[in-house]
Structures are given as C-alpha cells and as structure tokens.
Design a protein around this ligand. Structure first.
Ligand code: PEP
Ligand code: MN
Length: 374
C-alpha cells in the first residue's frame, strides 16, 4: 500500500507526524518514506510493507494531510503501475524531459578515444539539433587485455566539449560507485557545462551494491540496461532496487538478449517488450539498437538492420534511443563495426521522425476506436 501525502507537507508538520504515528500503530507493518522531488513541489509517498490487506483504506485516506492511498497490485512498489495508478513518472533533468510520452535520441561514441573524435561527434550533433549524447569513459570489457576506456582522465574534455556544443545530457556508463564521484568532481571542476545520466550496463544489472549506491544519490538520473541473461522481471526488480533507495528518475533500456538464437544479430532483439515495460511500470523505455544488432548488415531493401529495429522500437512507443556513431569507425577502439557514420546522422534522425509519427498516428487511431466504443 502507498500513502501519498499532500504536496509539500514537511516532516515537521503536525499532520505528517500524526499520519506516521497512526500508520505505526498497525502491528507488523513497516514504513518506508520516499521523497519525489518535482520542479514545483515535492511529494512524500509512504510505503507500507508487510501484510497490508486488512488495513482500512478509507480510514487512512481520510487522515488530514493524506492525498491518496493506493493498493499495490504488482510487485514493483515504487515504479510499478498499480490499479488506478495514473501517477506520471516523467522527470526533467537539465532541461530535458524524460517520460513515457517523450522521445530523446542519445547518439554518440560507444567509447571515448580522442578529443578530436569527441569534438567531431558533438559538432555533428549540434548541427543536427541534438542536445543529448552517449560517451563511454568506463568500459566493461570481456577481455582484461582490451581497451578499458580512458576513465576519469577524459572527463574534463568530454564535459567541456559537450558544453561548447550545447549538449545537455551525456549518457555515461559507471561500473563502480567511485566513478560517480569522479564524474561529479569533473563536472564541478569544469563548471557544470552539461549533465550526466548514469548508465548501468547489462553486465551490472544485478550488481546490487552498485544499484544501491547509485540509487542513494539524487544528483543524476539513471539509465539501467536490461540484464542480457536474466528474465524481464529480474531486470525490473533491479530498477526497483534503485528506486527503493530513493532515486526513481530511471530510464529502462532494452538492449537484446544473449543467445545464439538471435544470430546473425549480436543479441536477440527484444524490442517487443517496449509496451510490456510501459504497462508494468511507469518508467520511460529506451532501446539500444547498436548493442542489440551489433553489425552494419542491411536487409534486401538495403536498409540497415540497426535502422529497422530502431523503427520497430519507436513504432511500439519507445521513449529513448541509444545508438553508437563514430566519425572514423575503422579507428574506433570499441565496437567500430556496429557504429553508424556521421554522414548517416541526418538520415537516421529523419527515419526516426517517420517512425515516431507512425506511433503517434497509431495512438490517435486507438483513441478514436476506444471513443467509438463508448
Ligand atoms: C554500452 O552501451 O556501451 C554497453 C556496453 O552496453 P551493454 O551494457 O548493453 O552491453
Ligand atoms: Mn559498445
């Protein structure tokens, strides 16, 4: 059960104290408070943990200072979409809105290699009206001998160049909690020229200590990848770890499943789960078309499979696209063969526009149909 308090009701308010005392009077029920900070107001949600079935919903809902009480019908307490639960999980970060009804494109380098490549990428993004990018500084690699990313040393020039070209949000993977501090310091030292969404990669989806520490901070939102060899439910519970620690500004990213049944793609593309995640939770859903397909092969129609799966995810309502580009893919230190080229950026964005319009048309058509049914 979730008890949602009236907006801006502070912990010191007598009504807040009376509500907590009342809820604490029920035996074997634990309380967990969760702050949702919006731009104009902050909301306190109190999660009741234990056997809440016998609790009198009407009495709790009538307590002064309580706005609403929701019975939890699904497993994901914070992020789930419970009965009659129309709460939006949209959030704004550094001027960019993330939600289940928006679409943001994060095109950029899989791994930062040189300042020249970073600058060429950022310039191309600005020329194409983009304000978000992906830049890998910490790369989790299969082989210990493979390039592991430049780490903290590249952060100052990545952030300065992002600021120079009007990039507001950089998706950047972290594999250890110390990386969050390094990012924080580098942003501070460069005068906060941009923002960062912390990416947790598929190899760390169930790294619970990392999830807890990233969940405890509220400076940065999180892009959580689906684990490549675990069930969707397990991955959504990983997101819930972040949220239960206090950070519910999360985008959930599908990136394909590791199985040879997906051959010749690098991973089995799982974008049919876009509407599933949006039904089960209130998180915006991202698709990573590069790491799922993993190659530049094209269909008989000459359209790259990466373009096809991007369109498939978007036409099903995806809210974010994570995609590898590189100014000189043959020189890329990581994942060059799957990178799109800068001269494909405008074409890729136009293809996305077409797919997004098709989704919006489908959405309107469905609305018309529902209305006609009375
Ligand atoms: C990446 O996005 O750079 C990456 C390593 O992805 P994943 O964790 O999905 O393999
Ligand atoms: Mn990669």
């Amino acid at each position: 059960m979730i008890v949602i308090l009236e907006p801006n009701l502070s912990k010191n308010d007598a009504r807040h104290k009376a509500i907590v005392a009342h809820l604490n009077s029920y035996p074997n029920i634990q309380l967990r408070s969760h702050e949702v900070k919006g731009q104009q107001q902050s909301l306190t949600e109190i999660y009741l943990i234990g056997d809440t079935k016998p609790l009198p919903l009407d009495i709790i809902a009538a307590l002064p200072g309580v706005e609403r009480v929701i019975r939890i019908s699904a497993e994901y307490r914070v992020l789930g979409r419970h009965c009659d639960d129309l709460r939006s999980a949209n959030f704004e970060y550094n001027g960019v809105t993330f939600g289940q009804d928006t679409l943001n494109i994060f095109a950029g380098l899989c791994a930062v290699d040189t300042p020249e490549h970073v600058e060429a990428m950022m310039r191309a993004l600005q020329e194409n009206g983009q304000t978000c990018t992906r830049m890998g500084a910490y790369k989790p690699r299969t082989s210990p001998y493979a390039f592991q990313g430049h780490g903290a040393s590249c952060l100052p020039y990545v952030f300065e160049l992002a600021g120079k070209y009007g990039i507001k949000v950089v998706a950047m993977e972290v594999t250890h909690e110390s990386h969050v501090d390094e990012i924080h310091q580098a942003l501070h030292q460069t005068g906060n020229p941009t923002g960062v969404i912390l990416q947790i990669g598929t190899r760390n989806t169930q790294n619970f200590e990392l999830l807890k520490s990233v969940g405890r901070q509220n400076d940065y939102p999180v892009l959580l990848k689906r684990g490549f060899g675990i069930s969707l439910e397990e991955s959504l519970n990983a997101a819930e770890y972040l949220a239960s620690e206090g950070n519910s500004r999360i985008v959930f990213c599908l990136r394909g499943m590791k199985t040879h049944l997906g051959d010749p793609h690098r991973n089995f593309v799982d974008f049919a789960h876009v509407p599933v995640v949006k039904r089960l939770t209130r998180m915006p859903v991202c698709i990573d078309c590069s790491h799922s397909v993993g190659t530049r092969i094209a269909g008989a129609d000459n359209i790259l499979d990466i373009f096809h799966v991007t369109a498939q995810g978007i036409i099903a309502g995806a809210n974010m696209v994570l995609v590898d580009f590189h100014p000189a893919p043959e020189k890329a230190l990581v994942d060059g063969p799957q990178a799109l080229r800068l001269n494909e950026l405008a074409y890729f964005l136009e293809d996305i526009r077409i797919a997004r319009q098709a989704y919006l048309d489908r959405h309107a058509l469905n609305q018309q149909f529902q209305d006609s049914q009375g």
